[in-house]
Design a protein around this ligand. Sequence first.
Ligand code: PMT
Length: 408
Amino acid sequence: MNQISLLRDKHILLGVTGSIACYKAIDLASKLTQAGALVDVILTQSAQQFVTPLAFQAVTGRQAYTDLWGTDAHVIHIGLGESADLFVIAPCTADTMAKLAHGRADNLLTITALAARCPLLIAPAMDGGMWAHAATQANVKTLAARNVTIAGPAEGRMASGLKGKGRLVEPAELMGHVRLMLAQANPLAGKHVVVTAGGTQEAIDPVRFISNHSSGKQGVALAQAALDAGATVTLITGPTAAARSTPVGATRVAITSTLDLEQATLAACQTADVLIMAAAVADYRAAAPADQKIKRAQMSDLSVQLVENPDITIAVANQKKQLGNPLLTIGFAAESQNLLENAQRKLKKKSLDLIVGNDITAKDAGFFVDTNRVVLVAKDGSIERLPLQSKVAVSEAVIDWISNQFSG
Ligand code: PMT
């Protein structure tokens, strides 16, 4: 299940209310349309002071609706509301939030909100003081109690020039919320998936460390694919930039060293159904990292004594003997030679259910790049070679394999 298959032919109703952030709603409508959704837009009168229906029609290829109803006036809100898979109001002003909280129905958008049977996602946008006001906060509580999902608002500079909490969350992040809401009934719903991503770092002194080339891209893509399949996701990541980009809905646990990773993974696995170890773990650490920066003059004959780090997947397998979790453990094998043999050996040694053999010799696969070429080797002896494809597509194949284990 990827972004396209998650959104393809889904009816998304996009309500747009009067805020300077309206221009971002055009980008959101475009992103939803590009992902395959059928986007019907309703603009309030004040929204039209900032943007035009034509702008939305241009990016969605569909009619955008306003309060100037046509001959179909008496049914349009029912038709739009009934056919929607998800209603998103972005930006949502304090006024529209108040109307929604109190069941007001004085324009096409709020009438349709009353008629709709689908989940509602609102993304507030207003000045910081308006957001913090007791009346707005009471409305937030009322809407949350009715299972309305509220994305943001974000902190930062607002149109007034003041800084505070009240900015519309960015369209890319809103897409994450939309994905999360549409994934709720997918095959891994109710399952807890733990993903490790990125490389670990082992300090030599406060400045220098031993690490590897892992960017975290493969692990983050796995976390997103698990979310798209409906899972609850814990993403345990090393310190690289890509590893820090947490998909909307995942709980991120930040780690630095292998010992940190071991502790975080064992804790998360107590309730996990699935562990996916995509992290590139440092097998050794400095026996005695220096407290102070080692001076260049001391370095001419510097040698660093290393001690072996624990194998985390083996520690997880031992914990599983007592707790029973995780039900499935998936490892990765980054290999520069004898890919299949080494992957099969690690599968057994680490008591894995599946190992993803990763050829790191090619320039377009393995560390850092956006593509990967892998072979899936399962405990039952089956072997599936996948073609060169994006790390997103590799992740979907791994998540499909996991979903099949639970459906069979
Ligand atoms: O992060 P990217 O730039 O996107 O790159 C992706 C990747 C190449 C890092 C990823 O696809 C990958 O192959 N990850 C595993 C790298 C690795 O450490 O492989 P390994 O063969 O050394 O370890 C085998 C398995 O044991 C791995 O699942 C590893 O997480 C785990 N392990 C390793 C050492 C250790 N002490 N404890 C472990 O649990």
